[in-house]
Design a protein around this ligand. Sequence first.
Ligand code: NAD
Length: 334
Amino acid sequence: MADQPLTLAEAKKIIGPLRQQLIQWGKEYYEQDQPTVEDYVYDREYQRLVSLESQFPELVTPDSPTQRVGGQTDTQLAKVTHDIPMLSMGDVFSVEELHDFNLRQQDSLSHPTHLEYDLELKIDGLSLSLVYENGRLVQASTRGNGVIGEDVTANAMTIKDIPHQLPEPLSVEFRGECYMPKASFVKLNEERETNGQPVFANPRNAAAGSLRQLDPQVTARRNLATFMYYVPEYEKIGVTTQEAALQRMRDLGFNVNPNNRTVHNEDELAEYINEYTAKRDDLEYGIDGIVEKVNDLATEQQLGNTVKVPRWEIAYKFPPEEQATVVRDIVWTV
Ligand code: NAD
Protein backbone atom coordinates (compact mmCIF):
# COMPACT_ATOMS: atom_id res chain seq x y z
CA MET A 1 0.00 0.00 0.00
CA ALA A 2 1.29 3.48 -0.88
CA ASP A 3 2.41 5.72 2.03
CA GLN A 4 -0.10 8.35 3.15
CA PRO A 5 1.10 11.87 2.22
CA LEU A 6 2.38 13.84 5.21
CA THR A 7 0.29 16.59 6.72
CA LEU A 8 1.87 20.03 7.23
CA ALA A 9 2.07 19.43 10.98
CA GLU A 10 3.83 16.09 10.48
CA ALA A 11 6.26 17.60 7.95
CA LYS A 12 7.05 20.43 10.39
CA LYS A 13 7.94 17.89 13.08
CA ILE A 14 10.43 16.18 10.76
CA ILE A 15 11.90 19.22 9.00
CA GLY A 16 12.90 21.12 12.18
CA PRO A 17 15.21 18.48 13.68
CA LEU A 18 16.39 17.31 10.24
CA ARG A 19 17.51 20.83 9.36
CA GLN A 20 19.21 21.31 12.74
CA GLN A 21 21.05 18.02 12.31
CA LEU A 22 22.30 19.03 8.84
CA ILE A 23 23.39 22.43 10.16
CA GLN A 24 25.32 20.69 12.95
CA TRP A 25 27.00 18.26 10.51
CA GLY A 26 27.81 21.23 8.25
CA LYS A 27 29.57 22.97 11.17
CA GLU A 28 31.62 19.87 11.94
CA TYR A 29 32.56 19.43 8.29
CA TYR A 30 33.11 22.99 7.02
CA GLU A 31 34.20 24.83 10.15
CA GLN A 32 35.89 22.21 12.34
CA ASP A 33 37.16 19.91 9.53
CA GLN A 34 36.03 16.97 11.68
CA PRO A 35 32.90 15.31 10.26
CA THR A 36 31.14 12.74 12.40
CA VAL A 37 29.18 11.06 9.58
CA GLU A 38 30.10 9.80 6.12
CA ASP A 39 29.27 12.05 3.17
CA TYR A 40 26.66 9.67 1.83
CA VAL A 41 24.69 9.95 5.08
CA TYR A 42 24.81 13.74 4.83
CA ASP A 43 23.82 13.58 1.14
CA ARG A 44 20.93 11.21 1.82
CA GLU A 45 19.49 13.36 4.63
CA TYR A 46 20.07 16.52 2.58
CA GLN A 47 18.03 15.00 -0.27
CA ARG A 48 15.27 14.20 2.22
CA LEU A 49 15.20 17.83 3.27
CA VAL A 50 15.13 18.97 -0.39
CA SER A 51 12.20 16.65 -1.05
CA LEU A 52 10.25 17.75 2.05
CA GLU A 53 10.88 21.42 1.30
CA SER A 54 9.66 21.00 -2.27
CA GLN A 55 6.44 19.38 -0.97
CA PHE A 56 6.02 22.10 1.68
CA PRO A 57 7.63 25.30 0.30
CA GLU A 58 6.08 27.30 3.16
CA LEU A 59 8.46 25.46 5.52
CA VAL A 60 11.64 26.65 3.74
CA THR A 61 13.66 28.99 6.01
CA PRO A 62 16.55 31.28 5.00
CA ASP A 63 18.94 29.37 7.29
CA SER A 64 18.16 26.04 5.64
CA PRO A 65 21.27 24.25 4.28
CA THR A 66 19.39 24.09 0.95
CA GLN A 67 19.52 27.90 0.72
CA ARG A 68 23.14 28.52 1.76
CA VAL A 69 26.65 27.69 0.65
CA GLY A 70 29.03 25.87 3.03
CA GLY A 71 29.63 27.06 6.56
CA GLN A 72 30.57 30.20 8.44
CA THR A 73 34.07 31.60 8.68
CA ASP A 74 34.63 31.79 12.39
CA THR A 75 38.34 31.00 12.42
CA GLN A 76 40.87 33.66 13.41
CA LEU A 77 41.91 34.04 9.78
CA ALA A 78 41.21 37.43 8.17
CA LYS A 79 38.05 37.61 6.06
CA VAL A 80 37.85 38.17 2.33
CA THR A 81 34.73 39.25 0.40
CA HIS A 82 34.37 37.45 -2.91
CA ASP A 83 33.47 39.91 -5.69
CA ILE A 84 31.94 36.98 -7.56
CA PRO A 85 30.29 34.53 -5.12
CA MET A 86 31.87 31.09 -4.82
CA LEU A 87 28.94 28.72 -5.12
CA SER A 88 28.25 25.11 -4.23
CA MET A 89 27.23 22.57 -6.87
CA GLY A 90 24.06 20.60 -7.50
CA ASP A 91 24.40 16.85 -7.52
CA VAL A 92 22.85 13.75 -9.03
CA PHE A 93 23.35 10.16 -7.96
CA SER A 94 22.57 8.19 -11.13
CA VAL A 95 22.95 8.51 -14.91
CA GLU A 96 19.14 8.69 -15.17
CA GLU A 97 19.08 11.76 -12.93
CA LEU A 98 21.92 13.24 -14.98
CA HIS A 99 19.95 12.64 -18.17
CA ASP A 100 16.92 14.44 -16.68
CA PHE A 101 19.11 17.34 -15.56
CA ASN A 102 20.52 17.66 -19.09
CA LEU A 103 17.03 17.70 -20.62
CA ARG A 104 15.86 20.39 -18.21
CA GLN A 105 19.00 22.40 -18.87
CA GLN A 106 18.51 22.27 -22.67
CA ASP A 107 14.82 23.18 -22.31
CA SER A 108 15.69 26.26 -20.26
CA LEU A 109 17.79 27.78 -23.05
CA SER A 110 16.15 30.41 -25.23
CA HIS A 111 17.77 28.85 -28.29
CA PRO A 112 18.12 25.17 -27.40
CA THR A 113 21.13 23.67 -29.08
CA HIS A 114 22.86 20.36 -28.92
CA LEU A 115 25.12 20.92 -25.94
CA GLU A 116 28.75 19.95 -25.75
CA TYR A 117 30.03 19.12 -22.26
CA ASP A 118 33.42 19.31 -20.64
CA LEU A 119 33.78 16.49 -18.12
CA GLU A 120 36.18 16.72 -15.22
CA LEU A 121 37.03 14.70 -12.17
CA LYS A 122 35.47 16.03 -8.99
CA ILE A 123 38.49 16.46 -6.76
CA ASP A 124 37.79 15.82 -3.10
CA GLY A 125 39.37 18.88 -1.51
CA LEU A 126 38.26 22.44 -0.80
CA SER A 127 37.76 25.32 -3.19
CA LEU A 128 40.50 27.89 -3.45
CA SER A 129 40.42 31.30 -5.09
CA LEU A 130 43.69 32.83 -6.35
CA VAL A 131 43.72 36.49 -7.35
CA TYR A 132 46.55 37.83 -9.53
CA GLU A 133 47.32 41.46 -10.22
CA ASN A 134 49.66 42.24 -13.09
CA GLY A 135 50.66 38.60 -13.04
CA ARG A 136 51.53 38.52 -9.33
CA LEU A 137 49.64 36.43 -6.77
CA VAL A 138 48.10 38.91 -4.32
CA GLN A 139 45.36 36.97 -2.57
CA ALA A 140 44.31 33.39 -1.87
CA SER A 141 41.06 32.62 -0.09
CA THR A 142 38.70 29.81 0.82
CA ARG A 143 35.04 29.68 -0.23
CA GLY A 144 33.65 30.16 3.30
CA ASN A 145 29.91 30.88 3.05
CA GLY A 146 30.29 31.75 -0.63
CA VAL A 147 30.38 35.51 -0.09
CA ILE A 148 32.88 35.79 2.77
CA GLY A 149 35.86 33.46 2.74
CA GLU A 150 39.08 33.21 4.74
CA ASP A 151 42.35 34.81 3.72
CA VAL A 152 44.90 32.02 3.26
CA THR A 153 47.40 33.95 1.10
CA ALA A 154 50.48 33.22 3.21
CA ASN A 155 49.51 29.54 3.43
CA ALA A 156 48.87 29.21 -0.31
CA MET A 157 52.30 30.74 -1.00
CA THR A 158 53.79 27.60 0.57
CA ILE A 159 52.00 25.22 -1.84
CA LYS A 160 54.59 24.25 -4.42
CA ASP A 161 52.39 24.07 -7.53
CA ILE A 162 50.85 27.55 -7.10
CA PRO A 163 52.70 30.10 -9.26
CA HIS A 164 53.63 33.30 -7.42
CA GLN A 165 54.23 35.03 -10.74
CA LEU A 166 52.54 34.36 -14.09
CA PRO A 167 54.39 34.69 -17.40
CA GLU A 168 51.89 37.41 -18.46
CA PRO A 169 50.79 40.57 -16.56
CA LEU A 170 47.20 39.34 -16.05
CA SER A 171 44.82 40.71 -13.42
CA VAL A 172 42.47 37.75 -13.07
CA GLU A 173 40.93 35.47 -10.45
CA PHE A 174 41.51 31.72 -10.91
CA ARG A 175 39.64 29.06 -8.95
CA GLY A 176 40.35 25.45 -8.26
CA GLU A 177 40.62 22.75 -5.64
CA CYS A 178 43.24 22.43 -2.94
CA TYR A 179 43.73 18.78 -2.01
CA MET A 180 45.99 16.42 -0.10
CA PRO A 181 47.40 13.47 -2.10
CA LYS A 182 46.36 10.10 -0.67
CA ALA A 183 49.97 9.14 0.27
CA SER A 184 50.48 12.40 2.20
CA PHE A 185 47.20 11.85 4.01
CA VAL A 186 48.22 8.36 5.17
CA LYS A 187 51.63 9.65 6.31
CA LEU A 188 50.10 12.63 8.14
CA ASN A 189 47.62 10.46 10.01
CA GLU A 190 50.38 7.99 10.98
CA GLU A 191 52.41 10.87 12.41
CA ARG A 192 49.40 12.25 14.26
CA GLU A 193 48.60 8.87 15.73
CA THR A 194 52.20 8.48 16.93
CA ASN A 195 52.00 11.95 18.53
CA GLY A 196 48.67 11.16 20.19
CA GLN A 197 46.81 13.77 18.06
CA PRO A 198 43.35 13.18 16.57
CA VAL A 199 43.51 11.80 13.03
CA PHE A 200 41.69 13.39 10.07
CA ALA A 201 38.62 11.55 8.80
CA ASN A 202 39.57 11.79 5.12
CA PRO A 203 41.95 13.64 2.73
CA ARG A 204 39.37 16.38 2.14
CA ASN A 205 39.22 17.29 5.82
CA ALA A 206 42.99 16.98 6.16
CA ALA A 207 43.41 19.43 3.25
CA ALA A 208 40.91 21.88 4.76
CA GLY A 209 42.49 21.63 8.22
CA SER A 210 45.95 22.13 6.72
CA LEU A 211 45.10 25.13 4.53
CA ARG A 212 43.09 26.92 7.22
CA GLN A 213 46.04 27.31 9.60
CA LEU A 214 47.23 30.46 11.35
CA ASP A 215 50.86 29.39 10.93
CA PRO A 216 51.89 29.01 7.24
CA GLN A 217 54.78 26.78 8.32
CA VAL A 218 52.26 24.13 9.37
CA THR A 219 50.63 24.33 5.92
CA ALA A 220 54.07 24.11 4.28
CA ARG A 221 54.77 20.78 6.00
CA ARG A 222 51.46 19.21 4.92
CA ASN A 223 52.29 18.65 1.23
CA LEU A 224 49.14 20.15 -0.25
CA ALA A 225 48.55 20.42 -4.00
CA THR A 226 46.04 22.06 -6.34
CA PHE A 227 44.09 21.44 -9.51
CA MET A 228 42.79 24.70 -10.99
CA TYR A 229 39.57 24.51 -13.02
CA TYR A 230 37.69 27.79 -13.34
CA VAL A 231 38.12 31.38 -14.48
CA PRO A 232 34.94 33.34 -13.61
CA GLU A 233 35.85 36.24 -15.94
CA TYR A 234 37.00 34.07 -18.82
CA GLU A 235 37.09 36.98 -21.31
CA LYS A 236 40.16 38.26 -19.45
CA ILE A 237 42.16 35.23 -20.58
CA GLY A 238 40.76 35.28 -24.12
CA VAL A 239 38.91 31.94 -24.26
CA THR A 240 35.37 30.93 -25.19
CA THR A 241 35.18 27.32 -23.97
CA GLN A 242 35.86 25.59 -20.66
CA GLU A 243 38.22 23.19 -22.45
CA ALA A 244 40.27 26.15 -23.72
CA ALA A 245 40.21 27.77 -20.26
CA LEU A 246 41.78 24.63 -18.78
CA GLN A 247 44.48 24.60 -21.46
CA ARG A 248 45.17 28.32 -21.01
CA MET A 249 45.64 27.74 -17.26
CA ARG A 250 48.09 24.91 -18.02
CA ASP A 251 50.03 27.25 -20.32
CA LEU A 252 50.14 29.88 -17.59
CA GLY A 253 51.84 27.37 -15.28
CA PHE A 254 48.96 26.18 -13.11
CA ASN A 255 48.45 22.57 -12.20
CA VAL A 256 45.34 21.43 -14.10
CA ASN A 257 44.03 17.89 -13.92
CA PRO A 258 44.93 16.10 -17.19
CA ASN A 259 41.78 13.94 -17.32
CA ASN A 260 39.14 16.36 -18.63
CA ARG A 261 37.32 15.34 -21.80
CA THR A 262 34.89 17.08 -24.13
CA VAL A 263 31.88 14.90 -24.99
CA HIS A 264 29.04 15.33 -27.46
CA ASN A 265 26.45 12.74 -26.47
CA GLU A 266 25.29 10.65 -23.53
CA ASP A 267 27.12 7.50 -24.69
CA GLU A 268 30.42 9.36 -24.40
CA LEU A 269 29.25 10.74 -21.08
CA ALA A 270 28.45 7.25 -19.72
CA GLU A 271 31.78 5.95 -21.02
CA TYR A 272 33.68 8.63 -19.08
CA ILE A 273 31.70 7.94 -15.90
CA ASN A 274 32.36 4.19 -16.17
CA GLU A 275 36.02 4.71 -16.96
CA TYR A 276 36.70 6.90 -13.93
CA THR A 277 34.47 4.92 -11.59
CA ALA A 278 36.82 2.00 -12.38
CA LYS A 279 40.06 4.07 -12.23
CA ARG A 280 39.10 5.97 -9.12
CA ASP A 281 41.10 3.89 -6.63
CA ASP A 282 44.25 4.02 -8.79
CA LEU A 283 44.45 7.82 -8.75
CA GLU A 284 46.90 9.46 -6.36
CA TYR A 285 44.21 11.86 -5.12
CA GLY A 286 40.63 11.41 -3.94
CA ILE A 287 37.68 12.07 -6.24
CA ASP A 288 34.05 11.85 -5.20
CA GLY A 289 32.41 12.15 -8.59
CA ILE A 290 32.45 13.62 -12.07
CA VAL A 291 31.64 17.24 -12.89
CA GLU A 292 29.74 17.96 -16.09
CA LYS A 293 30.10 21.54 -17.39
CA VAL A 294 28.60 23.21 -20.44
CA ASN A 295 31.64 23.73 -22.64
CA ASP A 296 30.56 26.91 -24.40
CA LEU A 297 31.12 29.79 -21.97
CA ALA A 298 28.56 32.14 -23.55
CA THR A 299 25.91 29.43 -22.95
CA GLU A 300 27.26 29.05 -19.42
CA GLN A 301 26.60 32.77 -18.82
CA GLN A 302 23.11 32.44 -20.27
CA LEU A 303 22.28 29.54 -17.94
CA GLY A 304 23.50 31.48 -14.88
CA ASN A 305 23.15 30.43 -11.24
CA THR A 306 20.56 29.87 -8.52
CA VAL A 307 21.27 31.37 -5.06
CA LYS A 308 23.29 28.27 -4.25
CA VAL A 309 24.44 26.44 -7.39
CA PRO A 310 25.36 27.09 -11.04
CA ARG A 311 22.85 25.86 -13.62
CA TRP A 312 25.64 25.11 -16.11
CA GLU A 313 27.40 22.42 -14.09
CA ILE A 314 26.38 19.41 -12.05
CA ALA A 315 28.18 16.77 -10.02
CA TYR A 316 27.53 13.11 -10.64
CA LYS A 317 28.40 11.63 -7.23
CA PHE A 318 29.88 8.14 -7.00
CA PRO A 319 28.00 5.62 -4.87
CA PRO A 320 29.50 5.34 -1.36
CA GLU A 321 32.56 3.09 -1.30
CA GLU A 322 32.18 1.51 2.08
CA GLN A 323 28.99 1.91 4.00
CA ALA A 324 30.40 -0.12 6.88
CA THR A 325 32.56 2.78 8.07
CA VAL A 326 29.64 4.96 9.18
CA VAL A 327 30.57 6.79 12.33
CA ARG A 328 27.05 7.66 13.32
CA ASP A 329 23.77 7.20 11.50
CA ILE A 330 20.26 8.45 12.13
CA VAL A 331 16.74 7.43 11.33
CA TRP A 332 14.06 10.09 11.23
CA THR A 333 10.55 9.17 12.21
CA VAL A 334 7.35 11.19 12.53
P1 NAD B 1 30.53 19.69 -3.11
O1 NAD B 1 31.83 19.66 -2.42
O2 NAD B 1 29.81 18.41 -3.20
O3 NAD B 1 30.68 20.24 -4.60
C1 NAD B 1 31.08 21.55 -4.94
C2 NAD B 1 32.55 21.70 -4.91
O4 NAD B 1 33.19 20.76 -5.76
C3 NAD B 1 33.05 23.01 -5.45
O5 NAD B 1 32.88 24.05 -4.53
C4 NAD B 1 34.49 22.70 -5.73
O6 NAD B 1 35.26 23.03 -4.61
C5 NAD B 1 34.51 21.19 -5.89
N1 NAD B 1 35.11 20.67 -7.13
C6 NAD B 1 35.97 19.62 -7.18
N2 NAD B 1 36.36 19.36 -8.43
C7 NAD B 1 35.77 20.30 -9.21
C8 NAD B 1 35.82 20.56 -10.61
N3 NAD B 1 36.53 19.81 -11.46
N4 NAD B 1 35.09 21.58 -11.08
C9 NAD B 1 34.34 22.35 -10.26
N5 NAD B 1 34.26 22.16 -8.90
C10 NAD B 1 34.98 21.13 -8.40
O7 NAD B 1 29.61 20.78 -2.52
P2 NAD B 1 29.74 21.51 -1.14
O8 NAD B 1 28.61 22.44 -1.05
O9 NAD B 1 31.10 22.04 -0.96
O10 NAD B 1 29.60 20.37 -0.10
C11 NAD B 1 28.51 19.54 -0.09
C12 NAD B 1 29.06 18.16 0.11
O11 NAD B 1 29.91 18.13 1.23
C13 NAD B 1 27.93 17.20 0.40
O12 NAD B 1 27.45 16.66 -0.80
C14 NAD B 1 28.58 16.22 1.33
O13 NAD B 1 29.06 15.13 0.58
C15 NAD B 1 29.71 16.98 1.96
N6 NAD B 1 29.38 17.29 3.34
C16 NAD B 1 29.57 16.32 4.24
C17 NAD B 1 29.25 16.55 5.57
C18 NAD B 1 29.51 15.45 6.56
O14 NAD B 1 29.18 15.64 7.74
N7 NAD B 1 30.07 14.34 6.16
C19 NAD B 1 28.71 17.78 5.98
C20 NAD B 1 28.52 18.76 5.02
C21 NAD B 1 28.84 18.52 3.70
